[in-house]
Write a protein of this length. Structure first.
Length: 696
C-alpha cells in the first residue's frame, strides 16, 4: 500500500516518502521531542541544520463554533531516532490557557463535533489510525472507529449524525494473485500510464471516500461512495482532504475526482466535482464541460450555493485559480473573480452566506480577503510581508496560520474588519530567543524588457555593510510557484544566510502574485525572458559594495534545478559554483520519463516528435553542456518520479566526461524532496560544504 500523508486545507505540507515514518530500531536512545537547544547551539546564535529539525511544526487548526477556542496540531521530530510525534493543543482566542490535549503517538485532523462539546481527531494510538473523541479539555478519550486497515481523514456532517472518512481499498489484482505458483517473483506490470505517481508506484489499492452513520457505541452502515471505481479521491499525489465537503444539511457529499482511464489521466487536468446523494446513493457530475481542474467545493451555510476553485486551460496545472459559484437550485454558474487578476484559494463562507473568504497572492505575499456574491466587491483584510497559509472562521472570529522568511508557522487571531493581528501561539519562541535571523529586504529590479521585478534579498545575521560577502542566486521551482514569504524546512533562506551568504531570490517571469500575464509568460519559453530576469537580479545585487562579484553561486531545485543547468551554459563567467537539485537536464527524455504528461506537453508546447518541433526543446540544458565550465553539485532522490533521478545522472555523467569538478548525491529513500531528518541534515552539510569550497 502507498505510504501517504493526507493534509486538509494546507497550502504547505511535508510529504512523507517511503520509510520516513519508521523508527530507527537500531537506536537505543530515547527520542527527545523537547526542541531544546544545546549550549553550543545557543552560543552559535544562528540557524543550523540541527536546529531546523528542533522547530515545532504547526499544522491544521480548527476554531470552536463559539469562536472561543482553537485546536491545532504541532509535529516535532527527533533527528537521532528519526521518530516524530504530533500532538493536539488548545488555546483560547483571547490568547490564554494553553493546554496540551493529547500525549504520545500522533494525533491530527481535529474537528469539533456538531452539537456537542467534543473534539474528534485521528490517532494511531491503537496501532492503526482510527477516529477518537475527547472533550475540549482533553479528557474522556474514546476510540470511535474500528475500521480494518485504518483511515486517513474524516469529516463530521453538519448535523453530526454521520461522518465521511477516507480509506484505501483493494481494487486491482496483485502479482501473487495473478501468479500464485510464483511466490518469489517480484515484478511491476503495467498496461497503461500512471503506473507511478510523484513518489510512489501504483499498487492494488486506491483511495476512496466512505460514509457511515454515528450511533451509540460507534459507527454503522458503512458505504463506499465510489464502490467498484478504479479512481481515487482525494486526488493523488497530494490527497488533500479539503477536496471533499458536506453540503449544508448533510444529505450530500461533494468531491473532486478524475474519472477517466489512466492514459487519459496522464495527459489531462480534467478533474470534476461530483455530488453524491447519501440517501439515494447516486452521483452526478456538477462541473462537466470544463477541461481544467475543478477542486475544493465549499457549500454556503444556507444551502443555496456551492463555491469552488477552477482552472480553465486544459493541461495547464498552474492556470489562474478562479472562484466559481453555482446556484444549487437553478444550476447557474458565475465566475465571481473574473475581474480579479490573481489566484484564490482556501474558500470559507461567511456565516450569513453573503461573502466568500479566500487567500490570494500579492507581490510575493499571501493575504486574506473576501468577495460579496451579489456585489462582487473584493475586500482585502490583511497586508504585510508574510504569508497567511490557512484560516478558520466561527461566530465572527477568525484564526489563521501565518509564516514569513523569518518565522515558521504560528497561530494568529485576525480582526475581520481591520486586519489587526494578535499572535496566539509561540511554538518556537525558545529558538528565536537564542538565534539571530538575517534581515529580509525587498527591491524592485529593472528587467531587460523594461519591467520591474520584485527581488527578496536575505542578509546574513550580523550583516556588516563594510564587509564583502559571497552571494547566492536562488532559482525557484514550479516553474509557477511564487518566491513568497515562505519558511521552508528544506530550502531555508535563513540557513543559507547563516553561512555568511547574501541570498538573492527573484520573482522572475513565470511566478504568480504579479498577474496572470507575468505567470503565464514562462510556458514554452523556459530559456528565454526568465533567464534574463535571473541575470538581471544577480547583476543588480552584485553591484552593491558589500557583495563580492567574484564569489557568486546559483542554486535551485526542480525548475530551479533546470535553471541552474541552463545558466551553467550561458552565465559568461558570472558564477563560481552551482547546485542543482532534481532538475531537468534533457527535455526530450524528460517528456516520456515523467508521469503527469500534461505538464511537459503544455509547457513545452507539444511532444518532441511533433513537426515542427516546439521551440522550447531548444532550451534543453544538455544542448549547452559543451559550454559548462563551473563546479556543480547535483542532487536527486530515487523516489522522484516527477523529475526522475536519471536526469541528474545524465548531468553528472556529462560533467565528469567534460572534466568539470562535480559531485552527485542520490538519496535512495527520498523523492522530489529530502524530508527524513538525517538525510536532510546531510543534504544541508553537503550544500554548505560545496559552496564554502568554491566561494570562500
Amino acid at each position: 500500500m502507498k505510504n501517504l500523508l493526507y493534509i486538509s486545507g494546507a497550502l504547505f505540507l511535508l510529504w512523507l516518502t517511503p520509510g520516513c515514518n519508521q523508527v530507527n530500531e537500531a537506536s537505543e536512545q530515547q527520542p527527545d521531542f523537547s526542541g531544546k537547544l544545546t549550549q553550543a547551539e545557543i552560543e552559535g546564535g544562528v540557524m543550523t541544520p540541527e536546529i531546523l529539525w528542533k522547530f515545532g511544526r504547526v499544522g491544521e487548526q480548527k476554531l470552536s463554533p463559539d469562536g472561543k477556542v482553537v485546536v491545532y496540531s504541532v509535529t516535532r521530530y527527533d533527528a537521532v531516532t528519526e521518530e516524530r510525534v504530533t500532538a493536539l493543543f488548545a488555546l483560547t482566542t483571547a490568547g490564554t490557557d494553553l493546554l496540551q490535549l493529547t500525549h504520545g503517538g500522533s494525533a491530527f485532523n481535529p474537528r469539533w463535533k456538531p452539537g456537542t462539546d467534543m473534539i474528534g481527531y485521528l490517532s494511531n494510538k491503537s496501532g492503526e489510525v482510527q477516529l477518537w473523541e475527547m472533550d475540549r479539555n482533553g479528557n474522556d478519550k474514546n476510540q470511535v472507529s474500528e475500521i480494518e486497515g485504518g483511515i486517513s481523514g474524516f469529516e463530521y456532517s453538519p448535523g453530526g449524525e454521520r461522518i465521511l472518512y477516507i480509506k484505501e481499498v483493494k481494487h486491482f489484482e496483485t502479482t501473487e494473485e495473478l501468479y500464485p505458483d510464483l511466490p518469489r517473483a517480484n515484478v511491476r506490470i503495467a498496461e497503461e500510464l500512471m503506473y507511478r505517481h510523484w513518489d510512489h508506484w501504483e499498487d492494488a489499492y486506491v483511495s476512496h471516500i466512505f460514509v457511515a452513520d454515528i450511533q451509540e457505541g460507534g459507527l454503522a452502515q458503512h458505504r463506499d461512495i465510489m464502490a467498484g471505481e478504479p479512481n481515487e479521491a482525494p486526488l493523488s499525489p497530494w490527497f488533500d482532504q479539503a477536496e471533499i465537503s458536506w453540503n449544508a444539511d448533510g444529505s450530500k457529499i461533494a468531491y473532486s475526482c478524475k474519472k477517466m482511464d489512466k492514459n487519459e489521466y496522464a495527459v489531462s487536468t480534467d478533474a470534476d466535482i461530483y455530488l453524491y446523494d447519501v440517501e439515494e446513493e447516486t452521483t452526478i457530475n456538477l462541473t462537466e464541460g470544463n477541461q481544467g481542474y475543478d477542486k475544493y467545493p465549499a457549500f454556503s451555510p444556507d444551502g443555496k450555493f456551492m463555491a469552488w476553485q477552477s482552472m480553465e486551460t486544459p493541461g495547464f496545472e498552474a492556470d489562474k485559480e478562479r472562484l466559481m459559484l453555482m446556484d444549487l437550485e437553478t444550476g447557474d454558474v458565475r465566475y465571481l473573480t473574473e475581474g480579479f487578476d490573481q489566484n484564490v484559494s482556501h474558500l470559507v463562507w461567511n456565516e450569513d452566506s453573503k461573502r466568500v473568504w479566500f487567500i490570494t497572492g500579492r507581490h510575493a505575499t499571501y493575504q486574506v480577503g473576501s468577495i460579496g456574491i451579489d456585489s462582487m466587491d473584493i475586500n482585502m483584510v490583511t497586508d504585510g510581508i508574510h504569508n497567511f497559509t490557512s484560516f478558520d472562521l466561527a461566530n465572527g472570529v477568525m484564526t489563521a496560520t501565518k509564516m514569513s522568511m523569518q518565522m515558521a508557522t504560528e497561530l494568529f487571531k485576525v480582526d475581520t474588519k481591520t486586519g489587526e493581528e494578535q499572535q496566539l501561539s509561540f511554538v518556537n519562541k525558545h529558538i528565536y530567543d537564542h538565534i539571530e535571523m538575517g534581515e529580509v529586504k525587498s527591491r524592485w529590479v529593472p528587467t531587460s524588457d523594461g519591467k520591474e521585478m520584485l527581488v527578496w534579498v536575505i542578509y546574513p545575521p550580523g550583516f556588516d555593510e563594510t564587509k564583502q560577502y559571497p552571494a547566492l542566486l536562488y532559482c525557484q521551482g514550479g516553474p509557477q510557484s511564487a518566491v513568497s514569504q515562505f519558511f521552508s524546512y528544506r530550502w531555508n533562506f535563513q540557513m543559507m544566510a547563516a553561512g555568511d551568504y547574501i541570498v538573492v531570490a527573484p520573482n522572475r517571469r513565470g511566478l504568480p502574485t504579479f498577474g496572470q500575464e507575468w505567470n503565464d509568460q514562462i510556458s514554452t519559453d523556459y530559456g528565454g525572458q526568465n533567464m534574463k530576469d535571473y541575470l538581471a537580479a544577480i547583476d543588480n545585487v552584485a553591484g552593491e559594495p558589500y557583495v563580492d562579484a567574484d564569489r557568486l553561486g546559483a542554486v535551485g531545485a526542480s525548475y530551479g534545478g533546470y535553471s541552474v543547468y541552463y545558466l551553467a551554459g550561458i552565465h559568461e563567467g558570472r558564477f563560481k559554483a552551482f547546485i542543482s537539485h532534481c532538475g531537468i537536464f534533457n527535455m526530450e527524455s524528460m517528456y516520456t520519463e515523467t508521469e503527469e504528461l500534461f505538464f511537459v506537453h503544455h509547457d513545452n508546447g507539444g511532444a518532441y516528435w511533433d513537426f515542427p518541433k516546439p521551440r522550447n526543446y531548444a532550451f534543453s540544458p544538455h544542448l549547452k553542456v559543451a559550454s559548462w565550465d563551473t563546479p556543480i553539485l547535483i542532487i536527486s532522490g530515487e523516489y522522484d518520479f516527477r523529475i526522475p533521478y536519471t536526469q541528474s545522472m545524465q548531468a553528472f555523467n556529462a560533467a565528469q566526461l567534460l572534466g568539470i569538478p562535480s559531485k552527485l548525491l542520490i538519496f535512495p529513500d527520498e523523492s522530489h524532496f529530502v524530508v527524513r531528518p538525517q538525510n536532510s541534515i546531510l543534504w544541508q552539510r553537503e550544500f554548505k560544504g560545496w559552496l564554502d569550497q568554491y566561494l570562500r
